[in-house]
Design a protein around this ligand. Sequence first.
Ligand SMILES: [Mg+2]
Length: 293
Amino acid sequence: MSPNTLRTNQQKTKPPRADDGLRERFQQLRHLALDLDGTLYLGGTLFKFTPRFLESLTQMGIGYTFFTNNSSRSAKQYVSHLSEMGIKADIDMIYSSTHATIEYLHQTYPDARRVFALGTPGFEQELAEAGFTISATRPDLVVIGFDTNLTYSRLSRAAYWIKEGKPFIATHPDLVCPTDRPLVLPDCGAICQLLTASTGRKPDAVLGKPNVTMLNGVLERNGLTREQVAMVGDRLYTDIAMANNAGVLSVLVLTGETKAADLNGADYSPDLVIEHVGKFGAMLREAREVVGS
Ligand SMILES: [Mg+2]
């Protein structure tokens, strides 16, 4: 499948037009899974085209879920974070790797009650709300999130329980979290690699994109089929890989990690590569207006 790539210097005034195959798929869309960082904003800076894009989805009757691997914030904290940037969201519009992990734990370890977690207070709170007790002394399993409050004593404790053979579950595989500050932010995947190096064990399960469990949660929550959903994101090996694995339409935006040159010889095939979500919104409107007329 060859990507329908748009160049940055074309289509300044006319809306970009999708080819016939894509137009047909756009017409079936009822819902978008929208990655956050690198797609709708970068770090704390909202992209200027994002508010108009979200408004136009609502006008077209297309729902959306804010869909992120970043497990450092709870759904409630995401609602506040988005609101600070001027985006209104209800709590059930947030789906993070924490939610996918909780669903996985309920299904795979139905008798587990006590969890030792490496994560933020918001992460622990969501585990507690899902019925788990946070326990450093007698855990049934160990869950690693994006712990931005990581301390050596808790890391050592997690390694101990992993070494003792407790199930070792990671919320997502990302090695670093994007930022617009002069920092590198080691993420859940990097914390797990440290634990693997010190215990000799790899995680038993890694949720989050590209694991299709993430998307299944959104499909179930909203009563959708795969044809009715598209994944929009900025990373090939998480956003696009998950969409490819799940067989849903994939849209790669070039506002985050992936640059156009990275697509040469890439392992993943976005159905559409487009400069930013604003242009994607214009393309969707153009494809769907024709149907309605
Ligand atoms: Mg992203």
